[in-house]
Design a protein around this ligand. Structure first.
Ligand code: DAT
Ligand code: MG
Length: 162
């Protein structure tokens, strides 16, 4: 990477988003397939952990849905089996990841999206993705400590960004 390319790349405003492969995605063996999609798209992995979720974390994560009838079931589901928590980085990654994930109900998610290709039920929709830049900032800091995030520059950036 020469000096010019380095400067060009650094001018791109990189975003980060929080993604989590839910218990159903893990149990169904979709971890590799899902990571592959974000990796081959050209986004950069900066945080990754396989973990059991505490009730406290699940409730904080879904706090916006606290009054919804599905809240209790949602929390029970998320804590029922391990999840893969991730942070991905890239130009426009927040909105792009939502598109790659697809609509909330997998029955109406477009084919080609993760939910559209692999799911049939709203309560088993495989993956979470932050819905806006501010939400992403909140969720990244809720799930990851600063020292758990890896700031790095992949070798292929000059082939991904003009
Ligand atoms: P998304 O995950 O697409 O951002 P959301 O934030 O509206 O969707 O809801 C969070 C999760 O709650 C969603 O992934 C699945 C569950 N959920 C949403 N609406 C539901 C419903 N009507 N019945 C059961 N579960 C629901
Ligand atoms: Mg949401």
């Amino acid at each position: 990477m020469n000096e010019d390319n380095l400067i060009e790349f650094e001018e791109i405003a990189l975003e980060r988003t929080f993604l989590a492969i839910k218990p159903d995605g893990v149990q169904r063996g979709l971890v590799g397939e899902i990571i592959r999609r974000f990796e081959t798209k050209g986004f950069t992995l900066v945080g990754l952990k396989f973990m059991n979720v505490t009730r406290e974390l699940a409730e904080a994560h879904y706090d916006v849905h606290r009054e919804r009838p599905f809240f209790t079931g949602l929390v029970e589901f998320i804590i029922s089996s391990p999840v893969v928590a991730m942070v991905w980085e890239g130009d426009g990654v927040v909105a792009a990841a939502r598109k790659m994930i697809g609509a909330t109900n997998p029955l109406t998610s477009e084919p080609g999206t993760i939910r559209g290709d692999f799911g049939v039920s709203i309560g088993r929709n495989i993956i979470h993705g932050s819905d806006a830049i501010e939400t992403a900032q909140r969720e990244v800091s809720l799930w990851f400590k600063d020292e758990e995030l890896v700031t790095w520059k992949p070798q292929n950036t000059t082939w991904l960004y003009e």
